[in-house]
Design a binder for this molecule. Structure first.
Ligand code: NAD
Length: 297
């Protein structure tokens, strides 16, 4: 079998188009733009790239982007004071603190300080709890993007066997909750799982969120499985001195066995920013008490 390539980039572009239309509608109704505040502490190069990308996408969708760049030695108290100001700022619908923070800062305390109704990353324990108990909150962007791709590809996921490899709070655990919400039978595999190939071999849906280049092999997969590769790993390219990005799945091998697969890059990655914009817009409509058909997003 040669797998269908799941075009996350194209899907994300179409989603951003719909978000742009609704952002204009929001501006007309509310008399202001929806606003996303992004806080970056320090000069981590990868974080700087992500923050630039988020800024461009936010402005591109017709929303306001408020960037707060703080020095690497910013104190916990100063960072918390900024979060408090953003919580109280009516022009700000979403707050994102770019992780990881420098070692001297307490990430959990900073996330806990963000008002849950502005926590568009969905990392606050209130939003994690709402996801776990079926309430309405914000869902972390990457797993939500994966579910959108799966629904688009497979339609009803009810009764399917799904394996999530990885149990982080950002990807693995919320991914498993979302699949459970879609009535899948869910297995969470992790670094202590015994016989991972056998666990993966039972799955109709495999979501890999490990951070190990090409760890999941094609021969592990059940014929026709749908594979969502969340991993982003930079490895040496064949050309000396160059690097390239690969996922957590051996794309070549998996393509021969899977029914459909997301590529890296161009699969899950573009969905993450699109869902961040979606969550910000949803927050804006909710905060202004305006009607929004969230299923249109
Ligand atoms: P993490 O390091 O927090 O978690 C990795 C998980 O993998 C852990 O739960 C661990 O138990 C599991 N694991 C480690 N080794 C394993 C093994 N040998 N077998 C089975 N499980 C194993 O990572 P994360 O933040 O969840 O990110 C995972 C990957 O997804 C990374 O490559 C990251 O760059 C990528 N990522 C991509 C996006 C995106 O937008 N596409 C967003 C977030 C993370």
């Amino acid at each position: 079998m040669t797998a269908v390539i799941i075009d996350g980039k194209g899907f994300a572009e179409r989603l951003r188009g719909r978000i742009g239309t609704l952002a204009a509608q929001f501006e007309e109704q509310a008399g202001r733009k929806a606003g996303l505040a992004v806080v970056l502490v320090g000069e981590d190069p990868a974080s700087q790239v992500y923050v630039r990308g988020k800024h461009r996408a936010t402005v591109g969708a017709g929303m306001e982007s408020f960037e707060h760049r703080l020095a690497a030695d910013t104190s916990q108290a100063d960072l918390l004071a900024l979060v408090e100001r953003l919580n109280a700022d009516d022009a700000v619908d979403g707050i994102l603190v770019q992780l990881p923070l420098p070692d001297h800062l307490d990430e959990q305390a900073v996330i806990a300080a963000i008002a849950p109704e502005k926590d568009v990353d969905g990392f606050h324990v209130i939003n994690a709890g709402r996801l776990a108990t079926g309430g309405t909150g914000f869902v972390p962007c990457t797993p939500y993007g994966c579910i959108m791709l799966l629904r688009d590809r497979l339609g009803d996921l009810s009764g399917m066997d799904a394996v999530v490899i990885g149990r982080s709070n950002i990807v693995g655990k919320p991914m498993a909750q979302l699949l459970l919400g879609e009535n899948c039978t869910v297995t969470i595999a992790h670094s202590r799982t015994k016989d991972l190939p056998a666990v993966v071999g039972r799955a109709d849906i495999v979501v890999a969120a490990v951070g190990r280049p090409e760890m999941v092999k094609g021969e592990w997969l059940k014929d026709g499985a749908t594979v969502i590769d969340v991993g982003i790993n930079r490895v040496a390219a064949s050309e000396e001195g160059k690097t390239r990005l690969v996922g957590d799945v051996d794309f070549g091998g998996a393509s021969e066995r899977a029914g459909a697969i997301t590529p890296v890059p161009g699969g899950v990655g573009p969905m993450t920013i699109a869902v961040l914009l979606r969550n910000t817009l949803v927050s804006a409509f909710r905060r202004e008490g305006l009607e929004l058909d969230e299923s249109a997003l």
